[in-house]
Design a protein around this ligand. Structure first.
Ligand SMILES: [Zn+2]
Ligand SMILES: [Zn+2]
Length: 262
């Protein structure tokens, strides 16, 4: 429901910022609900009341803005205590750099709340969630490694700069989604450039990779498709640039099928 990242992509909606919906049987997750998650979800015909879990990697608006309204949707308008919230501690507790973005009231809505630090693993409804270390200016930021009920594995880096070992927790996943905000040659502290993404991929060696969370420099000075081609050439890992409203089907035996709607 969106491939934009950072302040300028948000305020212009040059790329949408609604996050990612992950559906596998009864598991229906919304990952990083930035601004637009609720509205784009309805627009795309994906009823937010069917969500069974909300995952939030950190407390910045492009990842967390619509968390509370999705928690209300997931709980049938705050009437049924169901589903879960799995998030970085900053999302519910705040820290020295950010305030909590999910209020005490909203934290009380889902059936379970998992406040995760790197290395923590939880199993819920056939789904396994592992929190992965990230280095970002919300110091509690985590990435996610997910094992879906059908066995597919999925990694999501969230915002992070490269550090030694950044890719290791994602080793061998079927799909790794990288929040690669910046193009080649445009590093930014606490964020991922394409050069960082390559280093992460070389450690992680996923079967396939998707680039997303594009900032303005990525969109204006080059194109995500260009950068994805370059990443694939350097790493040998099949890599695609995500597009808004893109739908991807993961099949372990047959690889990825991409299909679009709207
Ligand atoms: Zn971000
Ligand atoms: Zn951030």
């Amino acid at each position: 429901m969106g491939t934009g990242g950072g302040r300028f992509a948000i305020v212009t909606q040059r790329r949408r910022t609604g996050g990612i919906r992950i559906i596998d049987g009864k598991v229906n997750l919304h990952l990083d609900p930035g601004p637009g998650a609720l509205v784009y979800s309805i627009e795309q015909g994906l009823d937010p009341r069917k969500i069974t879990g909300v995952l939030v990697s950190h407390a910045h608006p492009d990842h967390a803005n619509d968390s509370s309204v999705l928690l209300e949707a997931m709980t049938g308008g705050a009437l049924k205590r169901r589903g879960f919230l799995a998030c970085a501690r900053s999302v519910t507790q705040g820290n020295d750099s950010v305030d909590a973005v999910v209020s005490r009231y909203h934290k009380g809505l889902p059936g379970n709340v998992f406040e995760l630090s790197p290395g923590d693993t939880v199993s819920v409804g056939g789904l396994e969630i592992r929190a992965v270390k990230a280095i970002h200016y919300d110091p509690d930021t985590i990435g996610f490694r997910l094992k879906l009920p059908n066995g597919e594995t999925l990694g999501y880096t969230s915002d992070t700069e490269f550090f030694e070992g950044a890719g290791k927790p994602y080793r061998g996943v079927d799909v790794l989604i990288l929040c690669s905000m910046r193009p080649r040659g445009a590093p930014l502290k606490w964020h991922m450039s394409i050069d960082d993404a390559i280093k992460i991929l070389e450690e992680a060696k996923p079967k396939e990779a998707f680039l997303t969370h594009f900032g303005m420099r990525m969109l204006v000075e080059t194109s995500p498709e260009n950068e994805a081609k370059y990443v694939e050439k350097v790493t040998g890992i099949p890599t695609k640039a995500a597009r808004d409203n893109m739908r991807v089907k993961i099949e372990r035996k047959h690889g990825l099928t991409e299909f679009f709607q709207g």
